[in-house]
Design a protein around this ligand. Structure first.
Ligand code: ADP
Ligand code: MG
Length: 398
């Protein structure tokens, strides 16, 4: 074969694509209405299921829009804020504490749904509505899947394990909503045990009961996290979807994790309970529980470079994170709405193009922000562009 023929043969092999997997149904927001939310007195925005790009100067109100969407999930939104923080602080003399609201129309695998979330001024508490009916925040995740990446997560691989655990727990909750319940139960039992130890002369039966619940929920929490890690690790290294981002190798490190690799969950649970009982004096002296899934760490490695993620460049870390959330998007039954705040800014032009192409290939409604429309040129008219300025959004040609 001449070298030209060789090249042609290689090219031919490259363009043969793997059969496309059936694309899961995607969630999409079609209308977003804000009332007294952060910098917006009022906003009424209609969009379609294509990606949404928000372009504007620093402080224009781009992240506020993404945050508003993130309140359509259980939890405290992508800024981890309080309900009061999110209320619009208008120049005085406008009174505070009038409440705020985020309302959305969305489509998903079960059809159209109206979601509402906000601060009810009368009660000072969170109010959630689904199709007009009062509901609890946890119910929101049954009607729409959301995932996000924010600049605050840029230091995820550099800082302590707490942020990585939170990241993993949020992804796990999105895949297994029960995880939120088990995690809260574990933490509650741990607080009760600490309060008992602080009394100096704790009731042994009460302590044993708290430790039994910690052991049971602690093992359940660890198993759920391990399932997410295994699925994410596989999806991140799946070459059938070469999305142009580095692959991540994931490993969850902790005492229970190591034991669960070798023993039955019931044995691990019993051992953990015994170890908690044996470490009462030590934990009482420390003022906290020194061992357990609240200390686990998610270790991430840049697979191609066999390098701990924390040692990769800022841009490589961003690319790893983007790759992880794209891998995560493909794990569930349905494609989430993805909020990508300033994600394009750290990426090189090739990766920016890869990001746009991956979003389009997945059929995902991503909401992206940036200070410059040129960052999103790879969408080539296949996204909806808005300029954010003076508390208002104006459509512009993509
Ligand atoms: N509760 C609030 N009430 C009124 N304005 C707020 C509130 N919280 C934040 N802001 C304002 O919102 C602006 C920041 O918006 P943001 O969406 O973060 O901007 P960016 O476009 O840079 O993402 C700032 O000017 C800030 O002062
Ligand atoms: Mg911002």
């Amino acid at each position: 074969m001449t070298s030209l023929e060789e090249v042609a043969a290689i090219r031919a092999r490259c363009v043969v694509e793997a059969p496309a997997a059936p694309r899961p149904a995607a969630h999409a927001v079609t209308r977003l209405q804000l009332t007294r939310f952060r910098s917006y007195e009022r906003l009424d925005l209609g969009v379609d299921a294509r990606p949404v790009v928000l372009v504007g100067a620093n402080g224009a109100g781009k992240t506020n829009i993404l945050e508003a969407l993130s309140w359509l999930q259980p939890g405290r939104g992508l800024r981890g804020a309080t309900l009061a923080d999110a209320e619009r602080r208008a120049p005085s003399p406008a009174p505070l504490a009038q409440g705020w609201a985020v309302a959305a129309q969305a489509t998903g695998p079960d059809g159209a749904v109206r979601l509402g979330s906000g601060l009810d001024a009368a009660t000072g508490r969170r109010a959630v509505r689904i199709d007009g009916e009062v509901a609890g925040p946890m119910a929101l995740s049954r009607h729409m899947r959301l995932a996000w990446l924010t600049p605050a997560m840029d230091r995820l691989f550099l800082e302590g394990p707490g942020g990585r655990r939170e990241f993993l727990d949020r992804l796990t909750i999105a895949l297994e909503p029960d995880h939120a319940v088990r995690l809260a139960a574990y933490e509650k039992a741990m607080r009760e045990r600490r309060a008992l130890l602080e009394t100096g002369a704790p009731d042994g039966d009460w302590l044993a009961a708290a430790e039994a619940r910690m052991a049971q929920d602690g093992v359940a929490v660890t198993l759920a996290r391990l399932r997410t890690v295994a699925a994410l690790d596989g999806a991140s290294r799946d070459r059938a979807f070469p999305h142009g981002f580095p692959s991540a190798e994931l490993c969850l490190v902790g005492g229970l994790e190591a034991r669960l690799a070798q023993e039955d969950p019931s044995e691990v649970e019993g051992e953990f309970r015994s170890r908690l009982a044996a470490s009462r004096a030590r934990d009482a002296a420390a003022g906290r529980t020194l061992e357990g899934p609240h200390r686990s760490d998610l270790r991430v490695t840049h697979a191609e470079k066999a390098m701990p993620a924390g040692e990769a460049s800022t841009g490589e870390q961003k690319a790893l994170l983007v790759g992880l959330v794209l891998a995560f998007a493909r794990l569930g039954r349905t494609m989430p709405v993805m909020l990508l705040d300033e994600a394009a800014a750290h990426l090189d032009p090739q990766r920016r193009r890869a990001l746009c192409e991956a979003i389009l290939a997945l059929g995902m409604q991503a909401w992206l922000t940036g200070t410059d429309a040129a960052l999103f040129s790879a969408f080539e008219g296949r996204a909806q562009l808005f300029t954010v300025e003076d508390g208002a959004l104006a459509p512009r040609a993509a």
